[in-house]
Write a protein that binds this ligand. Structure first.
Ligand SMILES: Nc1ncnc2c1ncn2[C@@H]1O[C@H](COP(=O)(O)OP(=O)(O)OP(=O)(O)O)[C@@H](O)[C@H]1O
Ligand SMILES: Cc1ncc(CO)c(N)n1
Length: 267
């Protein structure tokens, strides 16, 4: 029997289950990769915002990573919330030598507008971790922080994707258009070609955790051996469906629906 694809997420938590580690694990499970997780921060948050944060120590993060790696190999991994430089250094120390695809979701601010990553950590993320990434998946504000550009048009998004690859040495950059008007268009630059992924914009405020779900889906597909292009194409379809069938639960921005493709089973 072929062995099950395994994927690891290194990220913060969301006790309401819509973003962070919880969204990642649900996505891995739905897409049939075995999911594993290293917790970087415990975040008290819900669909309305962030109430409190407790960051793990760098030694605890190193130990969690070693506990996984000493035992179970994985075929891809992603990072989400990395709150400060010591946490990033721990991730770097453990994973820099690893030869499996790394998907970086450069989480900085939540949908509700709360900051999750310190200012000085943004520089470390760009200088040390970005060159390790097979692909980085910034939304517009994150792409602006990474590049220093102001992004207002599709051309700006394309230019940002190229700059992230050429100037900061990421393997590829997927600049996401969730924060733009009109169709939901993302651009993937892989060092040679700019690929465009387009979906209809769904009229909803339930977009809590869309970025986590998208990058986790890319990670799951990469663990299964898909090319980056195909992983992004399939993940885009997955996240669009998850937004289309999102849940109006909670008092704020509701979560996406990770089992959208199986909705008929629940009718
Ligand atoms: N209303 C929408 N309708 C369709 N697709 C959307 C919508 N909003 C976002 N998307 C898509 O969802 C994916 C995630 O993009 P987005 O820019 O929302 O990420 P993000 O801001 O990092 O998410 P998060 O809310 O987790 O921080 C992208 O493919 C984007 O185009
Ligand atoms: C832990 C965590 N990571 C990422 C996001 C971004 O959606 C969030 N809200 N919470």
């Amino acid at each position: 029997m072929p062995s099950i694809p395994k994927a690891l997420t290194i990220a913060g938590t969301d006790p309401t289950g819509g973003a962070g580690i919880q969204a990642d694990l649900k996505t891995f499970q739905e897409l049939k990769s075995y999911g594993m997780s290293v917790i970087t921060s415990v975040v008290a948050q819900n669909t309305t915002g962030v109430q409190d944060v407790q960051n793990m120590s760098s030694s605890m993060i190193k130990q969690q990573l070693e506990s996984v790696m000493d035992d179970i190999p994985f075929q891809s991994f992603k990072t989400g919330m990395l709150a400060n430089v010591p946490i990033m250094e721990a991730v770097y120390a453990e994973l820099a030598q690893l030869d499996v695809p790394y998907v970086m979701d450069p989480v900085m601010v939540t949908t509700s507008g709360d900051t999750l990553v310190s200012e000085e950590a943004r520089d470390y993320l760009r200088e040390a971790l970005l060159p390790l990434a097979a692909v980085v998946t910034p939304n517009i504000p994150e792409a602006e922080v990474l590049t220093g550009m102001t992004i207002q048009t599709a051309d700006d998004m394309k230019q940002a994707s190229q700059q992230i690859v050429h100037k900061y040495n990421a393997g590829a950059a997927l600049v996401k258009g969730g924060h733009m008007q009109g169709k939901a268009v993302d651009f993937l630059y892989d060092g040679q070609t700019i690929h465009t992924f387009t979906a209809e914009r769904i009229e909803t405020s339930n977009t809590h955790g869309t970025g986590c779900t998208y990058s986790a889906a890319i990670t799951a597909y990469l663990s299964q051996g898909y090319t980056l292009y195909d992983a992004v194409r399939l993940a885009k379809a997955f996240v669009t469906s998850a937004i289309r069938h999102s849940f109006s639960i909670g008092h704020g921005s509701g979560p996406t629906n990770h089992w959208a493709s199986r909705m008929e089973e629940f009718n």
